[in-house]
Design a binder for this molecule. Structure first.
Ligand SMILES: [Zn+2]
Ligand SMILES: [Zn+2]
Length: 398
């Protein structure tokens, strides 16, 4: 490393360390006070309160309950955005720690509390060294990542001009499947496109003792569920990835009647547009043919939730280099995940890179997956995240 780079790395490490305890406190504050998608009112207020102490930031509300803050460097240059999502999930927190959620029915079980705190830490680091920065940094606190079906928070931020003038964007997720201390940075598809589907089967209701007079919608829907599970194994190229999962099966109301209607809801996850298209064609074929066989009628609806999180190779290379400068070999490429992220909305518009900051730590009992009521993070990971993100922004501005 050249001496300028060494200086920068040392500087970031020092500032990250100095801000770390404040970041942990903030993470716990947001964990105690989680808010559901599009209702992040207190979270927004708290973020603005903190940012208002940094006089040279330009702060505005955006995307409903989100916040955008702009930091201008000393000299002109490119504009790089960093995004943190802010929302919690509608589940009861069972983490059993002193900072357990006090809002019943809301829990930061995806680590977005840590994302907010980490970004606030990154802002403090970069604000402190603003005189050495050429270019601008846009900090985006985005609401409603979890709830995309009725409008994603990323889409709302974009609509409010959040990407105007921005050359590239980066984001991070605190990620349980990755060990604490590791930061996963890869080029190409990192998270799946997510499509939701709903299948309505209409049979013919009747008395349970006279099945010959009915068309059993439960039986038809059951055959559909079984057959849907063959798509990934038989119809998708084994070298490509896809998931088809049914999460809802609603039908029937009494034990002694044949149900006339059944509703199935599920999700399709793919990393490739062609596979995505093919999977849906197979779903349609299966539902139509099985319904025809049993004499039921069917209706299939599909709703696109998110796109593939496709990291720009050039930007990912810079971010990986920035990661290695900070934490050596603990920053490295990892395999993609089939979960989804509305960060992909930004990547539809501008190039960027989404990274995974490992939080899993068996010794500390941090073993529960994202969205589990006992989900928690190894807070030390936030230090890693702050360091890598801060350095990545600076390198992308070079
Ligand atoms: Zn989540
Ligand atoms: Zn999340």
């Amino acid at each position: 490393m050249k001496s300028v780079e060494l200086n920068r790395v040392e500087n970031i490490k020092e500032l990250a360390k100095r801000n770390y305890h404040g970041v942990v406190e903030l993470r716990r504050y947001f964990h105690i006070h989680p808010e559901l998608s599009k209702k992040e009112f207190n979270t927004q207020k708290k973020i603005i309160q903190i940012l208002e102490n940094l006089e040279e930031l330009e702060i505005r509300r955006a995307g409903g309950t989100g916040v955008i803050a702009d930091l201008k460097g000393k000299n002109p240059g490119r504009t790089i955005a960093i995004r943190a999502d802010m929302d919690a999930l509608a589940i009861n927190d069972e983490c059993g720690r002193p900072y357990q959620s006090q809002n019943k029915g809301a829990c930061h079980a995806c680590g977005h509390d840590g994302h907010i705190a980490m970004l606030l830490g990154v802002i403090k680091i970069l604000y402190d060294i603003r005189d050495s920065i050429s270019g601008n940094i846009r900090f985006i606190f985005q609401p409603s990542e979890e709830e995309v079906a009725d409008g994603s928070g990323a889409a709302a931020i974009i609509k409010d001009g959040g990407l105007e003038g921005v050359d590239a964007i980066i984001g991070a997720h605190l990620w349980q499947p990755v060990r604490s201390g590791i930061v996963g940075i890869s080029a190409g598809p990192m998270m799946a496109a997510s499509d939701e589907f709903e299948i309505a089967i209409e049979g013919k209701a009747g008395h349970a003792s006279m099945p010959q007079q009915t068309v059993d919608s439960i039986l038809t829907a059951s055959e559909v569920v079984v057959a849907l599970n063959t798509i990934v194994g038989r119809d998708v190229d084994p070298m490509k990835q896809a998931v088809v999962s049914v999460g809802v099966f609603n039908s029937g109301s009494v034990y002694n009647a044949i149900a006339g209607k059944a509703i199935l809801k599920g999700t399709i996850r793919t990393l490739d547009e062609e596979v995505r298209r093919q999977v849906f064609i197979h779903i349609k074929k299966i539902v139509e043919h099985i319904s025809e066989m049993t004499g039921a009628r069917c209706n299939i609806k599909k709703n696109t939730c998110t796109y593939v999180v496709n990291n720009d190779p050039g930007i990912a290379a810079v971010v990986l280099k920035a990661g290695k400068e900070m934490i050596d070999g603990k920053a490295h490429p990892i395999n993609p995940f089939m979960s989804s992220e509305d960060f992909s909305y930004y990547l539809q518009k501008i190039p960027g890179c989404f990274i995974f900051v490992g939080v899993g730590n068996r010794e500390k009992g941090i073993i529960y997956p994202q969205h589990h009521p006992k989900y928690d993070i190894d807070e030390n990971a936030m230090l890693c995240g702050m360091e890598v993100m801060s350095n990545a922004v600076l390198k992308l501005l070079e």
